[in-house]
Design a protein around this ligand. Structure first.
Ligand code: NAD
Length: 446
């Protein structure tokens, strides 16, 4: 009889949550309102769910509550519309029981030893534990090594006395946001979801299917965690490969960009990747090392990852050497030259500067004695960063300003730059993005 009652209770809790998701009465809690959490909030609000957003950063909560956005590609109008639909932002974690789901979208950086820093995930979970209740679904979206969800989140939920898989639920569902990419939205990017148990998976899939066109279930949280790492390692390794190919091609007097364009005409078996001044962003330079660290526990060395990391992190030095050589042909040294770095966001058409190779370029040039300025239409003032410091504002580009620099270094090829004007007025351009197709005496590819 007791067994029957127990099974019945499980079914009731699960079914109640499924019903609430289906009839949109579920309250969606999102923890961490950054590049990942904010678009997700907008999508749930758009579909008609009440969203309760949690963040520890009071300034973000205040901005959102006032209908303002702090991310360039997310409009204030969209925040205002979400507020009208019931969205609330708060720093008060004691409101967690009001939510049916707690979707964690907090940072997963590396520490100074380039090892996983799970402190944001663990701090978030520790703040939530006192408020976890029966019927909660916890979903981790932060990129991390396989095992994090089961090894770190599960015991914390259990410490609250919850029977995970029966009276509360746990999934890992990686985020695939590509900021600034106009071809995809949160709704149209398929979403992978793995649960701690089949019941967890069923609820996770139901939740995401309510807002995303295609949800891809996998058999476990570990498979979902590994899927995200495979995707990003695939990019890091291939970018490392093409960066190495660029160096070889350059030595041989071949334009790597011409070669990539030609190779990309092959209709099968080739995927184009593009070289650059290094690897940037919060994901690709960092995530692979989450696997490297975890693989050591199993006695495995991740040699591809290490090699790609080495090649990619050496690229700024290679580009600076190109600047030095280009100035040298004009009888100038880096020391004392005025160098304008174009584009300091980590990729084109975004304002995100995390791990941007441009910052490494600026530091290396400054250390060598250059007088460094920058221009970036997406970053009007050089932001406060933990490890990098420049008291600079973006230079407005006009003919006289462009001509006043000994060297213009194209680091990030934003669409907003006037490439024809730059070509016309610059004394010397070092192009690390292959933007200038036609050779010219004052353009050097790097
Ligand atoms: N940015 C991307 O394009 C992208 C894409 C895919 C995956 N990811 C992954 O998603 C995760 C989040 O990345 P992001 O770019 O959104 O980071 P972000 O820094 O833009 O946002 C994280 C937010 O979490 C908040 N936060 C930090 N600690 C907290 C805590 N203890 N409780 C509540 N909130 C807290 C921060 O104040 C911030 O607003 C990372 O694991 C990242 O690797 C990011």
């Amino acid at each position: 009889m007791a067994g029957f009652y127990f099974v019945g209770t499980i079914i009731v809790i699960k079914q109640q949550l499924l019903n609430r998701i289906a009839d949109k009465s579920a309250v969606i809690g999102i923890v961490g309102l950054g590049y990942v959490g904010l678009p997700l909030m907008l999508r749930f609000a758009e579909v008609g769910y009440k969203v309760l957003g949690f963040d520890i950063d009071q300034s973000k909560v205040d901005a959102l509550t006032a209908g303002k956005s702090y991310i360039e590609h997310i409009s204030a109008d969209s925040i205002a519309t979400a507020l009208e639909r019931g969205f609330e932002a708060t720093t008060d974690f004691s409101r967690a029981p009001e939510a049916d789901t707690l979707i964690l979208c907090v940072p997963t950086p590396l520490n100074k030893y380039r090892e996983p820093d799970l402190s944001f995930v663990l701090d978030t979970m520790d703040s939530l534990v006192p408020y976890l209740r029966e019927g909660h679904l916890v979903s981790l979206e932060s990129t991390t090594y396989p095992g994090t969800t089961d090894e770190e989140l599960l015991p914390r939920m259990q410490s609250r006395g919850l029977n995970v898989g029966t009276d509360a639920f746990l999934v890992f569902s990686p985020e695939r946001e590509d900021p600034g990419n106009p071809n995809f939205t949160t709704r149209t990017i398929p979403k992978v979801c793995g649960g701690y148990s089949p019941a967890c998976q069923e609820i996770g899939v139901a939740l995401y299917s309510a807002v995303i066109d295609k949800v891809v279930p996998v058999s476990s949280t570990r498979a979902a965690e590994m899927t995200k790492l495979l995707e990003n390692i695939h990019r890091a390794v291939n970018i490392g490969l093409v960066n190495e190919m660029k160096i070889v091609a350059d030595k041989m007097g071949i334009d790597i960009h011409e070669v990539i364009r030609a190779a990309a005409t092959k209709p099968f078996g080739f995927v184009p990747y593009y070289p650059g001044p290094g690897l940037g962003g919060h994901c690709i330079p960092i995530d692979p090392f989450y696997l490297t660290w975890k693989a050591r526990e199993y006695g495995v060395n991740t040699r591809f990852i290490e090699l790609a990391g080495e090649v990619n992190s050496n690229m700024p030095d290679w580009v600076v050497a190109k600047v030095a050589a280009a100035l040298n042909t004009r009888k100038k040294a880096i020391n004392g030259s005025r160098v304008l770095v174009l584009g300091i966001a980590y990729k084109k058409n975004v304002d995100d500067m995390r791990e941007s190779p441009s910052v490494f370029l600026m530091e290396k040039l400054r250390d060598l004695g250059a007088e460094v300025s920058y221009s970036d239409p997406h970053v009007p003032v050089f932001p406060k960063m933990r490890e990098h410091h420049f008291e600079l504002s973006s230079v407005t580009l006009d003919a006289a300003t462009i001509a006043s620099y000994d060297c213009v270094l194209l680091a990030t090829d934003h669409d907003k730059f006037d490439y024809a004007a730059l070509k016309e007025h610059a004394q010397l351009i070092v192009d690390s993005r292959g933007k200038y197709l036609e050779p010219a005496d004052h353009i050097v590819k790097a």
